[in-house]
Design a protein around this ligand. Structure first.
Ligand code: GLY
Ligand code: MN
Ligand code: MN
Length: 431
């Protein structure tokens, strides 16, 4: 196990942390589904990013002062009986030997030891408001640290969300390789689904196929609840019931990506259950695909991150005017936001350890520009529910296409292009 990469990330904090400060990153706790049935443990992503350590209820403290950067971790203590039931614990010794922390303590000692660590520092930074109960704990530890002697200065509490998020925003080579693998696995699952879906299948059956295809390639969990939406269900943006039978006249929208070694992929494809798009389905599909391709072309170093958004809105507005679903001047309709009845979400989000990954979208008062190492999704859509006041022939058509795009030095790389989005290629794959 080489955990140097995590140690290096902790050391890199020297450049980012204020002098004489302590950064606290809380790990995740075990979550219960019901009664005493626990979900499989998933470590907090920022905690994992800085440690590679996957045991619950742990805490990292990075101390930055004149002696340099020192990393400390609090971990569950060794416990013979608990380890018989729940498996190996590294304990403080393992945390130092295997995870390369400078110092480690048993987490039952946090309240006693952490105020001593904070004492004498000017600032404590942590992600404010992210973990239930943690804000109060930090206040208590900081207060205890400040009252250690009458003459110590009060300690400022600062939000570290942007500091950690923006570190995670630029992916290193190790991360890009894992995300690439998550994308490959997810793309292969979509290809398998396109090849096998048929009239009468239940959405749940399709969901299980994705989970199986992910798992047999080494990705045991999806990165988020898959959306398997037949026909009009596609118009519910976060549809997760996944329990209806598919009809041959339906389009099937699947938004599903796996988590591979903690990293997410996020892919949406929309394909006809019958294997052949109807005329109206194809018209809508092509508008979304045009928006998608134009938006991807604009994901380039130096471009504003809102450029793909604006381009997709314009292409969709124009397309809807061309087929009569919007009436008027495309430029005016874009300005007035008329497209929002059909395309009501944003074009994408950062992708990484979390599917909606950490990292700011603005720099100062402005939206950011793209930089090499960022990964964004591009996912335009058109949704026409039967409640809309349009010709019946359009009703129940919902289309989204979503790819994962890495910003490179020379432009971008579409990490999910392996699964076709071209309608002819989809139809031939399904025939
Ligand atoms: N899969 C969730 C999203 O596309 O944002
Ligand atoms: Mn997405
Ligand atoms: Mn998605």
């Amino acid at each position: 196990m080489d955990n140097t990469i995590y140690k290096n990330r902790r050391n890199n904090l020297k450049e980012l942390l204020p002098n004489n400060s302590v950064l606290l990153i809380p790990g995740a706790d075990l979550q219960y589904r019901n009664a005493d049935s626990a979900f499989p443990f998933r470590q907090d992503s920022s905690f994992y990013y800085l440690s590679g350590f996957c045991e619950p209820s742990s805490l990292i403290a990075i101390v930055n002062n004149k002696d340099g950067v020192k990393s400390i971790i609090f971990v569950p203590p060794k416990d013979k009986l608990k380890e018989i039931w729940d498996g190996h614990r590294s304990g403080p010794v393992g945390a130092v030997d295997d995870f390369l922390f400078d110092k480690a303590y048993d987490n039952l000692q946090i309240d006693k030891i952490l105020p001593d660590i904070l004492h004498g520092h000017k600032e404590v930074l942590y992600p404010i408001g992210k973990k239930k109960g943690f804000d109060q704990q930090v206040i208590d530890w900081t207060t205890a640290a400040g009252s250690k002697d009458r003459h110590s200065k009060s300690i400022n509490i600062i939000d570290a969300t942007s500091l950690i998020g923006n570190m995670r925003l630029i992916k290193d080579e190790h991360e890009i390789n894992l995300i690439r693998k998550a994308c490959d696995i997810s793309a292969e699952a979509h290809i398998e689904a396109m090849k096998s879906v048929k009239d009468g299948d239940n959405e749940q059956q399709i969901e299980s196929m994705y989970i199986h295809e992910f798992s047999k390639r080494g990705a045991r969990y999806p990165a988020y609840n898959p959306i398997i939406a037949g026909g009009e269900n596609a118009c519910v943006l976060h549809y997760v019931e996944n329990n209806q039978n598919l009809k041959s006249s339906d389009l099937l929208l699947v938004d599903a990506g796996c988590e591979y070694q903690m990293y997410a992929a996020d892919i949406t494809r929309t394909f006809p259950v019958s294997g052949k798009f109807s005329e109206e389905q194809l018209q809508i599909y092509k508008i979304v695909l045009d928006a998608m391709n134009a938006a991807i072309d604009s994901v380039k170093e130096g471009n504003n991150i809102m450029q793909p958004q604006e381009i997709s809105e314009k292409v969709i507005t124009e397309g809807l005017v061309n087929i009569g679903l919007l009436k008027g001047d495309p430029e005016e309709l874009h300005k007035s936001g008329a497209y929002k009845d059909f395309y009501m979400h944003k074009i994408g989000h950062w992708l990484g350890l979390d599917v909606h990954d950490a990292g700011d979208y603005t720099e100062g008062d402005e939206f950011m520009t793209f930089k090499p190492g960022m990964i964004t999704t591009i996912e335009p859509g058109i949704y026409i529910s039967s409640k809309m006041d349009v010709d019946d022939k359009w009703k129940g058509i919902g289309v989204r296409i979503e790819d994962d795009i890495l910003v490179t030095k020379d432009g971008n790389e579409n990490l999910t292009k392996k699964v076709p989005s071209d309608p002819n290629e989809i139809e031939s794959l399904m025939s």
